[in-house]
Each structure stands twice: as C-alpha cells, then as structure tokens.
Design a binder for this molecule. Sequence first.
Ligand SMILES: [Zn+2]
Ligand SMILES: [Zn+2]
Length: 279
Amino acid sequence: MIISVVFIPLERLFALHPQKVFRKAVLTDVGYYFLNSLVPGLLLSFPLALVAAFVHRFIPAAFLSYVAHMPVWARLSAAMVVGEVGFYWGHRWSHEIPLLWRFHAVHHSAEQMDFLVSSRGHPVDLVFSRLCEIAPMYVLGLTGASSSLQGSWIPIVVVLIGQFWGFFIHANVKWRFGPLEWLIATPGFHHWHHTNDGPEVINKNYAPMLPWVDWVFGTLFLPRNRQPERYGIDATTSPILFGQLMEPFVFWRKEKPQAAATTQSESAAMPADAPAKNI
Ligand SMILES: [Zn+2]
Ligand SMILES: [Zn+2]
C-alpha cells in the first residue's frame, strides 16, 4: 500500500487527534481495503449492463452522438459534476432510508479517523453509491457514443480520482484551506460528515469531491474555527469484519438512521473565508 507511505508520516506530523497508527479497528480496515479493491468492481458490472441496455433502448441516438462529439475536457468535466450529484443523492439516501443505512452504517462505525477509514465500507453500500455516481453519466451519454460498456474510460477516471481523494479527506490531519474548502473536499469538510457530536451537526456534507453541491442542496456544514470531537454512530457494531459484513442482513435487528435535528443549523451557511489552522 504505497498510499500508507504518504499518509502515515503526514498523520504523525499534522495530527488533528492524537492516536496510534495501529488504532482501534485498523486490521478490520486493512481487510476492507483488500475486499473493496476487488468485490464492488465485479458486482457493479451487472447493474451497469442493465443501465447500458436502458440507454440503448430509451435515449435517442442523435443525443448520444451529439454528446459523444463534445471535446474530451467538456465530457470529463461534465462527468465529474454529474457523477458528483449522483453520488450526493445516493449517499444522502443511504443516510435517510433505513434499508440503505444498514449497509452504510459500516463506514460510519469508525470511531477514530485516518486515511484508511476511506476503505471501510460494506460492498453493497459501495456498489449502490458507485451505481448512483456512474449511471447518470451513461444516461447523459458522457461515456461515449456506444451504449456498450467498452471504451468508457471516463467513469473509470472519475472513480479513480474519487478513490484517491477519498484517502485524503479521511486523513487525520488538522489542515484547513480557507475558502478553497467550499470548492473541493478536504479533511475539514468530510470529518464533519463522520461526527457524532450531536443531532444538529450530523447528516451533513454528503458530497465526495465538491462541497458546493452540499451548499446547493442545503446540507453544507463548514464552520471556520471548529473541528469535530467525536466520530462514529450510536449503534453497536460487531468488532470483526465478517460480523460487520453479515449484520445488515439480520433483518430482525432494528437499525435506524442517526436522527438529525429538525431545525437547520445557522452555521451551515457560514463561509470558511479564512484559514483556521495550518496551511
Ligand atoms: Zn455517510
Ligand atoms: Zn467517509
């Protein structure tokens, strides 16, 4: 894991919360890293084949051909934004719909944050959110003129950028980036998504890369001089990987999404207009 050579020293030098490299649940997360580099990709090919068939049947060929002839930079940029909005809603539904939360809760069960928490996720959750991200790209023809799955490198590039960025936004670093934090996701932005500091600050910041998408849909929470104190969820989760993989299927086990406060927090609209800490 080359990525650990980059992040372990950075997290030692610029830690937001002091913690050991071999923190609680680190081995489980290494397990997820290997599991999730294989399984979701394989599972995803089935629903994506259905999406491709839908596109072939229902989206006018002239429209697909028009989009396919747009410059590559325009298609790639559009795919980034379209994928982001798709992921945002898939992710938000994973918090709001109890059946989806069962699977997504695994990602949120981490009580200590570092880059490796990015890998921690139930394969069903990963397949669902990736599908929400990629399907709109196919429907809008951003993946090429053909509705087949071949040659569609654009979603692969978007997913790879997102995966790399995912390690960064989970990292246990105290850096703040001022107004840039509205433009592109940072640890300061995504750590708030993992907080368990109270009902008024949970269920915020769903976007994986572009925080302004949260602003558009009214879920941005980015206070300038404050960082989360506690992470995790109220429910208890199995300490072992196999248990965590099986738990969402135990349907007699009651599992309710974390409940947010009903009133919108004022500070959600506050711009992060000055750097609070280092960088
Ligand atoms: Zn989430
Ligand atoms: Zn996360």
